[in-house]
Design a protein around this ligand. Structure first.
Ligand SMILES: NC(=O)C1=CN([C@@H]2O[C@H](COP(=O)(O)OP(=O)(O)OC[C@H]3O[C@@H](n4cnc5c(N)ncnc54)[C@H](OP(=O)(O)O)[C@@H]3O)[C@@H](O)[C@H]2O)C=CC1
Ligand SMILES: CC(C)(CO)C(=O)C(=O)O
Length: 301
């Protein structure tokens, strides 16, 4: 397959590097990273069987590209611009592997090809231009964004499996996206605001806060068509916090690097949907307000 990875930072470079075992991969990346990849290839650290790959690395704004598949790995606030750029190209399918909610809808509103929803539980950090480190082995789950099955999802799943990545093609992506949202709503802002690693949410007082944000998220999910019990959402947060106890969450990393966060697509999304459903979500509202205040104070929004 010809695959474009749009937004090759940490996750996109890792996934692109792994997919290049089997497919023709083009990275759409910022100039410093793209030129390092063009000159010396992409070095994958923490991946013993695939230390480096050399790619075409587009440094344009990603317009006018053609491929079988485009994988979107920009931060959620960059999704509208990514969708506009992808709309000028030609693809058979587009797959989002981003965190947060609303990305697939934004892509589908601007693109005429099937948009697949996806989640990735890999850990990745772009250490330097041309060098990405895998910090956690995970899996990709993907499927039609409204649930059910499709030949396109099966084809994309097979292509990713062929490159050796653990992949599940799922027929319940709406529920899986809400479960991942509950995990991010419970862990990310709490760890970013308290400068702790993910394992901190397993113990009080952070545990109380994380559980409250998670329960609120599950309640909002249930106000829509998704069946996600409090118990299931809490179990998912606990399992991820245990498995990634030593990890710095992506929002904590953003705060450390003084970068804009994905709060709007995580806790902020829960607040917006709760408002529509007439529900109170005080913990998510507070976490959202605190992170947005931090961003505003640094001129990031
Ligand atoms: N890193 C991880 O381990 C995981 C990340 N995720 C999710 O994946 C998504 C990406 O995360 P992550 O990889 O960490 O983020 P990064 O910021 O490292 O990567 C995104 C990259 O896309 C670049 N970009 C944005 N717009 C364009 C454009 N128009 N043209 C070229 N490049 C562009 C950004 O550049 P710039 O910064 O200069 O704008 C950045 O380098 C997020 O939703 C995250 O939550 C999910 C699971 C694991
Ligand atoms: C699963 C988790 C919490 C892992 O750190 C994550 O997705 C993130 O940090 O954004």
């Amino acid at each position: 397959m010809e695959i474009v990875v749009f937004g090759a930072g940490s996750l996109g470079s890792l996934v692109g590097g792994l997919l290049a075992r089997e497919h023709d991969v083009t990275l759409v990346a910022r100039e410093a990273h793209a030129s390092a990849v063009r000159e010396s290839g992409l070095r994958l650290e923490g991946v013993a069987d695939r230390p480096s790959s050399v790619f075409p690395a587009a440094t344009t704004d990603g317009t006018g590209l053609e491929a079988d598949l485009a994988i979107v790995t920009v931060k959620s606030f960059d999704t509208p611009a990514a969708a506009d750029a992808l709309a000028t190209g030609s693809f058979d399918a587009v797959l989002s592997l981003q965190n947060g909610m609303g990305n697939e809808g934004t892509l589908a509103a601007r693109l005429e090809v099937p948009v697949l929803a996806g989640t990735a539980t890999y850990g990745a950090i772009l250490q330097a231009p041309g060098v990405v480190e895998r910090t956690g082995v995970g899996e990709i789950v993907l499927g039609p964004r409204d649930g059910g099955s499709s030949a396109v999802a099966d084809r994309v799943g097979e292509a990713i499996v062929a490159a050796g990545l653990e992949t599940t093609v799922a027929d319940d992506m709406p529920r899986r996206l809400w479960e991942k949202l509950a995990v991010n709503a419970g862990i990310n802002a709490v760890t970013a605001l308290t400068a702790t690693e993910n394992g901190a949410v397993l113990e009080d007082p952070a545990n109380d806060l994380a559980r409250a944000a998670t329960r609120e998220t599950a309640r909002v999910a249930r106000a829509g068509p998704v069946s996600l019990s409090n118990r299931e959402a809490l179990a998912a947060v606990e399992a991820v916090a245990e498995a990634t106890a030593a990890n710095t969450s992506s929002m904590h990393q953003d705060v450390l690097a003084e970068r804009r966060t994905e709060i709007d697509a995580i806790n902020g999304y829960v607040v917006d949907r709760a408002l529509e459903a007439g529900l109170e979500v005080p913990t998510n509202r507070t976490l959202t307000a605190l992170i947005r205040t931090w961003e505003r104070g640094r001129g990031l929004r």
